[in-house]
Design a protein around this ligand. Structure first.
Ligand SMILES: [Zn+2]
Length: 387
């Protein structure tokens, strides 16, 4: 699946969803960043609506379920309510958030960030892809530059159903993940600076080899990640560069990206401090200069306790095996959490694979997630937290 945000294929998918929504007599609104809201009217329009939803865009050669599973399950919930003539007190809204993946236009989770007022609309609209095409131009071209105003919109609660994108539920043989929060993360670019020189003439003990400095750093960072493994910590080095990059030259510069994640704020800060200490120590003992550039810092996030309890109660009542979990990935709900009581529901994916063409789910998991979503949404839309 390659359905990058605001491409013709993205348009086709959204057109199809809107077509299905209109056939079912749901109301459709589109805001200025192209977020789509499909509404099934409740009895009482004075009450704040209950919101669900996810995204329809994908990574390049991504899976068929990341995001769109939550969208289609949400639509199915609304259609099933029609089929069964269920009337809810509150209206139920299904949102399809623009550009969640952030592959074509960075940053990720753009539509929900603008919705939650965590990113300015103008800044989002002026983001460009690699060909210099802006979000605004593409929204206009595919007909999704909406004008509906959601600035006064106050969801009563927000739930997002999504695949786990990791291996834990499947390993534990659980069908439902009750998502209580999301990992905090920090991103760095780190560079060791030594001296490039001849690989044949420079004795080992007279070198300032930035490459081996980086290798030592990597092993220490891996150890640090393993120390925090049981507490949910993660460390990833995803990109490296050696300069000048010749087999006969001692690397004068070694650059790498580092990202760390942790569910606990204090532990995340502790890891951060340790990274600075470790890198400076390695620089010192290897006669290398060190540059550390921190480019992102997000605190761990807790989802709403009341939303979590509704999902937990519904899951128990339906008899599905379940566990509490923390999302390792970022999701639209991380932004929605700022403007509404929010939480998420996870189902397993085969072998924990996601952002991969092999991404897969079973019919049983798919149904379980949709049932939990349906019952939770109906509960929230019928009475609310207090019942
Ligand atoms: Zn997703």
């Amino acid at each position: 699946m390659t359905r990058l945000a605001l491409t013709d294929l993205d348009k086709q998918a959204c057109d199809l969803l809107i077509d299905k929504a209109k056939k079912a007599k749901f109301d459709v609104s589109i805001d200025q960043i192209g977020n789509i809201f499909i509404r099934r009217q409740g009895k009482n329009s004075n009450l704040n609506p209950v919101l669900m939803g996810s995204h329809a865009d994908s990574q390049p050669k991504g899976g068929r379920f990341d995001g769109v599973y939550g969208v289609l399950a949400g639509l199915e919930v609304m259609l099933s309510l029609n089929d069964n003539n269920v009337q809810t007190e509150r209206s139920i809204d299904l949102a399809i958030w623009t550009n969640e993946e952030g592959t074509r236009f960075a940053p990720a989770m753009m539509g929900s960030a603008v919705f939650a007022k965590k990113m300015k609309l103008e800044n989002a609209l002026s983001c460009q892809d690699n060909n210099g095409v802006t979000v605004k131009e593409e929204l206009e071209r595919i007909g999704y530059a909406g004008s509906d105003d959601f600035s006064q919109y106050n969801p009563y609660a927000s739930l997002e159903l999504h695949i786990e994108q990791g291996p834990i539920l499947e390993k534990h043989n659980n069908v439902i993940g009750i998502v209580t929060g999301s990992l905090g993360q920090k991103w760095y670019e780190i560079e060791f600076i030594g001296e490039a020189s001849h690989a044949g003439t420079t004795p080992m003990n007279m070198r300032r080899d930035a490459g081996f400095g980086m290798a030592r750093a990597m092993l220490k960072l891996h150890d640090l990640g393993m120390q925090e493994c049981d507490m949910g910590g993660r460390i990833t080095i995803g990109e490296v560069k050696l300069d000048p990059g010749s087999r006969n030259v001692i690397p004068g510069r070694a650059w790498f990206t580092l990202e760390i994640r942790h569910p606990n704020k204090q532990a995340l800060e502790k890891m951060d401090k340790k990274i600075y200490d470790l890198m400076h120590h390695i620089g010192k003992t290897n006669k290398l200069d060190v540059l550390i550039n921190k480019i992102l810092s997000i605190s761990p996030l807790n989802f709403d306790q009341k939303c979590i309890s509704v999902v937990r109660e519904v899951t128990r009542n339906l008899g599905y095996s379940h566990e509490d979990m923390i999302s390792g990935a970022g999701h639209d709900s991380c932004y929605l959490n700022y403007v509404a009581p929010a939480s998420m529901i996870f189902i397993p994916c085969v072998n924990g694979l996601s952002h991969n063409e092999l991404e897969d789910i079973t019919f049983e998991w798919s149904e379980a997630g949709a049932q939990v979503l349906a019952h939770s949404i109906v509960k929230l839309a019928s009475h609310g937290f207090e019942i």
